[in-house]
Write a protein that binds this ligand. Structure first.
Ligand code: CUA
Length: 344
C-alpha cells in the first residue's frame, strides 16, 4: 500500500517533466535569469511538498495498519484517559509535527520572498533597453522609445530583443486591465490604464517565445497573444535598422493599386503606414506589417490567404474584435493583400 501511495507523486513528477523539453510557451523551460529563478522556486516547492506528501501518506498508512495501540491498552477500570507515558509521547509527536510544519511553511515563505526580490533586483542593469507595451482589446502596441524621435520604432504583437541584454518592459493599457506574460522569460505584469508598470526580461539564448494576455479582458482575451523573438545582437540590430526605414513608394503597378485601395478606404482611420498619409493609431502600425509572423495578435500565421480572410470577415476570425469591416471590392482585395505583405 505504501508503495502505491508513493507512486502518486512520482506520476505527478513524470507528468510535469514530460512538459519540460524546449517549449515556446512554458515556465518549465526558462530562457533567462528571471524565469530561471521562478522555475527554480517552482521545482523547490514541487520536490519539497512531494516529499512531505509521501511522508504524511506513509504515516497515515502506518497508523491505519499497525493495529490498536496506546489508549486502548490502558487499564479500563479507572478512566479512558491515557497513561502519563502515552500522554507525553503524543504531546511530543504532535508538537514536533507542528513545529516542523511551521518551519517548512516559513522556509517556503522565505524562498518565495527571496526569489521575488532577486527578480526585481535584476532590473538595475545599465546596458538594458526599454520597450513600451500597451495593451489594447485585443492586441499589443509595441514601441522602442528613443530620445531622437526618428529612431523610435513602433510595431505590434511582436517584440524583438537582443540576446543577453536586459529589457525593461514598461507596460500600460488603453482600455481595460491586461496582463503581459511570456512564461519562458518572466512572470506576469499587469497592464493598467493610466499607470505604468515595469518588469525586466532577458533571454540568454536565441529563440521565439510565445506570450499571451493573462488577465481576462473581454471576448477575445484568449486571442491576445504575442511573440518575443530573441535575436543575436547583430541580427537584432539588422531588424532595428530595417524597422527604422520608411518603406519606399511601391514601383510595381499592382502594389501601387493596393496602396491606393488602402488609402482610399476606412483602413486609414485606424492604421499607420510610414511614408503615406495613413497616420492613425487605433489599430496596429502596419509600416512593416509584412515582416511580422502573425496577424490578429498571434491568432493566424501571416499568410496572404489568412490576411484575405481577416480583411474580408474579421468577425469570423475574432468575434467581437474592433476591426471594422471595410467594403473592399473583389478586384481590390488581391492588390491590397499584395501591398500589405510587401511592407517588410
Ligand atoms: Cu488582454 Cu486578456
Amino acid at each position: 500500500m505504501i508503495r502505491r501511495a508513493a507512486l502518486i507523486p512520482a506520476i505527478a513528477a513524470l507528468a510535469l517533466l514530460s512538459g519540460c523539453g524546449a517549449k515556446v510557451q512554458s515556465a518549465m523551460d526558462p530562457a533567462g535569469p528571471e524565469a530561471g529563478r521562478i522555475a527554480g522556486l517552482m521545482w523547490f516547492f514541487i520536490i519539497l511538498v512531494s516529499v512531505i506528501f509521501v511522508v504524511v501518506m506513509a504515516c497515515v498508512l502506518y497508523a491505519l495498519f499497525r493495529g490498536p495501540r496506546g489508549i486502548e491498552q490502558e487499564p479500563l477500570e479507572r478512566t479512558h484517559a491515557p497513561s502519563t507515558a502515552t500522554e507525553e509521547k503524543l504531546t511530543r509527536n504532535v508538537t514536533a509535527a507542528t513545529v516542523a510544519t511551521v518551519v517548512i511553511l516559513f522556509g517556503l515563505l522565505v524562498a518565495s520572498v527571496v526569489t521575488g526580490r532577486a527578480i526585481s533586483s535584476l532590473g538595475t542593469a545599465k546596458n538594458g533597453i526599454t520597450v513600451e507595451v500597451t495593451g489594447n482589446q485585443w492586441w499589443w502596441y509595441v514601441r522602442y522609445p528613443n530620445d531622437i524621435a526618428q529612431w523610435t520604432v513602433v510595431t505590434a504583437n511582436e517584440i524583438h530583443i537582443p540576446v543577453g541584454r536586459p529589457v525593461q518592459i514598461r507596460g500600460t493599457s488603453n482600455d481595460v486591465i491586461h496582463s503581459f506574460w511570456v512564461p519562458n522569460l518572466n512572470g506576469k505584469i499587469d497592464l493598467i490604464p493610466s499607470r505604468v508598470t515595469e518588469r525586466w526580461i532577458q533571454a540568454d539564448r536565441p529563440g521565439r517565445f510565445r506570450g499571451q494576455c493573462a488577465e481576462f479582458c473581454g471576448l477575445q482575451h484568449a486571442h491576445m497573444a504575442l511573440w518575443v523573438i530573441a535575436d543575436p545582437p547583430d541580427k537584432f540590430q539588422a531588424w532595428m535598422n530595417a524597422q527604422l526605414q520608411a518603406p519606399q513608394p511601391p514601383g510595381d503597378p499592382e502594389l501601387q493599386r493596393g496602396q491606393q485601395v488602402f488609402l482610399n478606404h476606412a483602413c486609414v482611420y485606424c492604421h499607420t503606414i510610414g511614408g503615406t498619409s495613413a497616420m492613425a493609431s487605433v489599430g496596429p502600425d502596419l509600416t512593416h506589417f509584412g515582416s511580422r509572423s502573425t496577424i490578429a495578435a498571434g491568432t493566424l500565421p501571416n499568410t496572404k490567404g489568412n490576411l484575405g480572410g481577416w480583411i474580408t470577415d474579421p468577425q469570423n476570425v475574432k468575434p467581437g474584435n474592433h476591426m471594422a469591416v471595410v467594403d473592399i471590392k473583389a478586384d481590390e482585395l488581391q492588390p491590397l493583400i499584395d501591398y500589405l505583405e510587401s511592407l517588410k
